[in-house]
Design a protein around this ligand. Structure first.
Ligand SMILES: NC(=O)c1ccc[n+]([C@@H]2O[C@H](COP(=O)([O-])OP(=O)(O)OC[C@H]3O[C@@H](n4cnc5c(N)ncnc54)[C@H](OP(=O)(O)O)[C@@H]3O)[C@@H](O)[C@H]2O)c1
Length: 327
């Protein structure tokens, strides 16, 4: 089979499109023919060595495809099933062996390429809005990178629950996409001379001087201070990623002074701890995509051999919605 391997830690240029032996499913695993693999920031962190990895490794965590063979001890799946996953190492490949425990069925009528766009960013949007800070009517929300993969999905989920979503974006095109997803206001943070003071001032103007109940911040280093300053007393800063870099060490005493604020740094692993939790989130997200209630934007599709270009685009803010690789 063909696959994309990170030869060593480094930039997109360390990715090689290469031929490897077909994987053999171990007990508890499914062998899946990949219809589409999702491109995610975690793939770039692992490629770059930000998250420690062994090299060489086949890149990729997410995808959707058709079950080709079952390992021993697998129950509940059959050859030919349409499935999706978010935690399968080695998904940038024509074939992948994934643990059945982390695989979910794709609802009838949902295209496999759309299904591949959802497990990681969709579950993340779901847990942010449903569990980390449960959005309800009357909540004012600030969400960074509103036209990104998580951003477009989380906006729709928060608006559907009655929240009022303000987003940040870096271009007019991204502002239009974010508005179409339901954002009440978009702020072009790339135009601000001093984001740390100007963004909180704009957010307060848009919230009768109060500030927002919650900030969902996956941008990290460049937005963290502005996020903290945009909250109302007892508001929550949900730092869920670092697309612009990691946030430096932080003194918890600052939360006291800034208004008895809450700060959390959640991750998908702790929001899919049980099979029933995984099924709850994925059935809601994939189900609402299948019914048309959730609009899923695939902003760019690359062939598997162009994975380096896909990483380059994601890391340079050039993408919107989901980026997919097609074997
Ligand atoms: N904790 C979890 O469970 C979890 C799960 C999934 C993803 N994440 C995190 O969530 C964040 C968003 O993920 P995503 O896959 O949906 O990505 P994305 O939002 O589609 O892409 C990242 C966006 O961040 C913005 N950005 C601002 N400064 C940037 C910079 N210096 N470099 C790159 N991007 C920058 C860009 O939007 P603008 O051009 O509009 O600024 C960019 O398009 C990432 O940090 C990711 O690691 C966390």
């Amino acid at each position: 089979m063909h696959a994309v391997v990170a030869r060593q830690a480094g930039g997109p240029e360390v990715l090689s499109y290469t031929e490897l032996p077909d994987p053999t499913p171990r007990p508890g695993q499914l062998l899946v023919r990949v219809a589409a693999a999702g491109v995610n920031f975690i793939d770039t962190y692992r490629r770059a060595g930000v998250y420690p990895m062994e090299y060489p490794h086949v890149v990729g965590a997410e995808g959707a495809g058709i079950v080709e063979a079952l390992g021993e001890e697998v129950t509940g799946f059959a050859v030919g099933d349409r499935v999706a996953w978010h935690s399968g190492p080695g998904s940038y490949a024509e074939l992948v062996a994934v643990d059945a425990a982390g695989v979910v069925p794709v609802p009838r009528g949902l295209d496999l390429t759309i299904a591949a766009a959802l497990p990681l960013q969709g579950i993340t949007a779901h847990y942010l809005v449903r569990s980390t800070f449960e959005v309800g009517p009357g909540h004012d929300i600030l969400l960074h990178a509103g036209a990104g993969g998580v951003g477009l999905l989380a906006t729709q989920l928060a608006v559907a629950r009655g929240g009022r979503v303000l987003t940040t974006v870096s271009t007019p095109e991204k502002a239009a996409l974010s508005s179409a997803a339901g954002a009440a206001h978009t702020i072009n943070y790339a135009e601000l001379a001093d984001i740390t003071t100007e963004l909180p001032a704009l957010v307060r103007e848009l919230t009768d001087g109060q500030g927002v109940h919650v900030v969902y911040d996956g941008v990290g280093k460049t937005t963290f201070e502005a996020s903290l300053a945009s909250l109302r007393p007892r508001g929550m800063l949900v730092l869920f990623g670092g697309a612009s870099g990691q946030v430096p060490p932080f003194d918890p005493q600052r939360l006291n002074k800034a208004g008895s604020l809450f700060l959390t740094r959640p991750t998908i692993t702790h929001h899919t701890l049980t099979r029933s939790e995984l099924e709850w989130r994925t059935s809601e997200v994939l189900g609402s995509a299948a019914s048309g209630d959730l609009d899923v934007r695939v902003g760019a599709t690359y062939s598997l051999s162009d994975a380096a270009a896909a990483h380059q685009a994601l890391e340079s803010r050039a993408t919107t919605g989901k980026v997919l690789l097609i074997p």
